[in-house]
Ligand binder design. Structure first.
Ligand SMILES: Nc1ncnc2c1ncn2[C@@H]1O[C@H](COP(=O)(O)OP(=O)(O)OP(=O)(O)O)[C@@H](O)[C@H]1O
Length: 240
């Protein structure tokens, strides 16, 4: 059974249909990339998947159970890292993690253990005592991912985790994703970077104008590489 199953997702803003019948599944240990140009509907899709945005139609199942915005049981299986950073600049990385662990109801020695694990995974263990406001953009992004990992999610959802970060943080983020997937976490992420998706993703879905145009392993999409597949499918380069 997939960790995530999405069927027939639909969303309109006023009269504009921005997500139009999107469906896909992500299995345990699988990294699934949702690819598409600006405005394709990626963020809207994953916002509905995690439940921060109400859907007009469609179904989301997590580990076989229906996921609705009030469903605590399925919510606790998801780690969500949005595009915008959500860390407190005056707190250290460790203090940020402690604060967010508290929100998840993780306290005391369990919180300490979990925070230690997370800092290790995102490669910030040796900088954990520094104020988050002093971090580079890439380090802040890694801290944000760490927050999404505190509850040991079975599904990790990342919105453009490597956009605009320095090469070192990018490598670190991709290593973290590989390691988490290796441990069985299902990873759903969006990216603009085709070459990155080609290397990292077990499967990708190409989305444009709110529709899923193609889906499969990067080498299955019938073009020399993802960049070419994208151009064939949409008639456009990825970044217009
Ligand atoms: N709150 C909103 N109200 C009205 N329109 C919206 C709203 N949020 C998004 N849209 C529109 O819906 C479409 C899909 O947006 P979305 O953010 O999902 O795209 P995206 O693929 O994630 O793009 P990007 O790569 O730029 O983040 C866009 O045309 C956007 O302008």
């Amino acid at each position: 059974m997939p960790v995530l199953e999405v069927v027939g997702l639909r969303k309109s803003y006023k009269d504009r249909l921005v997500v139009d019948g999107v469906g896909f599944a992500v299995r345990e240990g699988e990294t699934y990339g949702l690819l598409g140009p600006n405005g394709a509907g990626k963020t809207t899709t994953i916002s509905m998947v995690v439940g921060v945005l109400a859907r007009d139609a469609g179904e989301v199942r997590i580990a076989g159970r229906p996921h609705d915005t009030a469903g605590r049981a399925t919510k606790s299986l998801i780690g969500y890292v949005p595009q915008e950073l959500a860390v407190y600049p005056d707190l250290t990385a460790r203090e940020n993690l402690r604060f967010f662990a508290g929100l998840y109801g993780i306290r005391g020695s369990e919180a300490r253990r979990r925070i230690g694990e997370v800092l290790e995974i995102v490669g910030l263990a040796d900088r954990a005592g520094e104020a988050a406001g002093k971090y580079s953009g890439g380090m802040s992004r890694r801290l944000n991912i760490g927050i999404g990992l505190l509850n040991r999610p079975r599904l990790l959802v990342l919105d453009e985790p490597t956009a605009g970060v320095d090469p070192q943080s990018r490598t670190s983020i991709l290593d973290s994703v590989r390691r988490l997937a290796g441990d069985g976490t299902a990873v759903l992420y969006t990216t603009h970077y085709m070459e990155e998706a080609q290397r990292l993703c077990d499967r990708v879905g190409i989305i444009d104008h709110g529709r899923m145009l193609a889906e499969g392993r990067p080498d299955e999409l019938g073009a020399p590489d993802l960049e070419a597949a994208f151009l064939q499918l949409t008639g456009r380069e990825l970044r217009d």
